[in-house]
Each structure stands twice: as structure tokens, then as C-alpha cells.
Design a protein around this ligand. Structure first.
Ligand code: ZN
Length: 178
């Protein structure tokens, strides 16, 4: 399978920025997990392309166009969540409304993430008309790893061992494919 991994945000767009107990930018978490996910999927025998491999600015339409140009079989956008208060937490995965294959992949990925991290709240599989999901021509999912605005989950997201295990779980949901 050709998998396009899309590390959310980057460059001049930091995405969400957590500040407690220390500063952590969404763009850095998404890139770290995406690079580990790239390695995991390669090891499983998939062809993997990344919309960005370093800290750079990229429009939403350019991300989808990249996946379309390479005829990817699956588009996986990696994000970390944020809320107005410190209490919301949990994992959720989005797919484009009405996409059965998107929903299939989203639920498999979320199941594996919650298996790997059973203490985390299940916020469910959800539909969303996000630009990257709408503009990509293949089944597409958007993973919200955890909340940067929740102090305990910020620590969770900053930890490299957790980033690796998140990537491993997401790869386990993607593999063997449809
Ligand atoms: Zn984001």
C-alpha cells in the first residue's frame, strides 16, 4: 500500500501550543510521531511518503495535492488536540463524512491506540469536513493523538517512548491495509 503521512502544521504555523507544565508545539509532536510512523510502515513493507520531513510551512491543499499526485492508497494526517480549558483529554480519529473506507481505517487505528494506551479516554471515531480529508482523493483519516492543553497529556506527548508507541499503534491499525 502507498501511505501518505501528513505531519500536521509546520513552519510558520505551530498548530496548538501547550504551555503547562512546559511549552510544547503541535508541529513538533506531529513531525516526531510521523517520522516514527514512517519507519514502522516501511518495516511492514509499505511505500511511505511524507508531506513534510522537516519544520516547514505547507498549505492544506498542497498536502492533499501531494498525496493525489503520488496516487496514495491512504492519507494519514497526524495532529494533537487543544481546548479552551485544561480538562479535555483523550484520543479521537476523524474521517470524511460518508467514507466507509475512511471510517474502517479510522476505527482500526483508534482501537490500536487505545489498546496500546488503555488509560486514555476514547473520544471516538468522528466525521469531519476537514480540507485535507475533503481534497485528498483516497480514503483519509486525521488522528488527534491527545490534548496539548491537558498538563498530564502534554507530558505524555512530549515523551519519545510514547511517540514511538503511538506510531507503532497507528501502523498496526493501518497494516495490512484495506
Ligand atoms: Zn492540528
Amino acid at each position: 500500500m502507498i501511505v501518505c503521512i501528513d505531519p500536521g502544521h509546520g513552519g510558520s504555523d505551530p498548530g496548538a501550543v501547550g504551555k503547562v507544565p512546559f511549552r510544547l508545539q503541535e508541529k513538533d509532536v506531529t513531525l516526531a510521531v510521523s517520522l516514527f510512523l514512517h519507519d514502522e510502515l516501511l518495516q511492514l513493507g509499505h511505500t511511505v511518503i511524507l508531506t513534510r520531513k522537516q519544520d516547514r510551512t505547507l498549505s492544506l491543499s498542497a498536502r492533499a495535492a501531494f498525496a493525489n499526485r503520488f496516487n496514495a492508497d491512504l492519507f494519514v494526517s497526524i495532529h494533537a488536540n487543544a481546548a479552551a480549558s485544561v480538562t479535555p483529554e483523550g484520543m479521537e480519529v476523524f474521517h470524511f463524512p460518508g467514507s466507509a473506507r475512511g471510517q474502517f481505517m479510522a476505527s482500526r487505528i483508534l482501537d490500536r491506540m487505545l489498546e496500546a494506551f488503555p488509560g486514555h479516554k476514547n473520544r471516538g471515531v468522528k466525521e469531519a469536513n476537514f480540507a485535507v480529508l475533503r481534497l485528498s482523493r483516497m480514503p483519509a483519516v486525521l488522528v488527534e493523538l491527545e490534548f496539548l492543553t491537558h498538563p498530564e497529556q502534554l507530558r505524555f506527548l512530549a515523551d519519545e517512548a510514547n511517540q514511538r508507541r503511538l506510531a507503532n499503534a497507528i501502523a498496526g491499525g493501518i497494516h495490512p491495509g484495506f
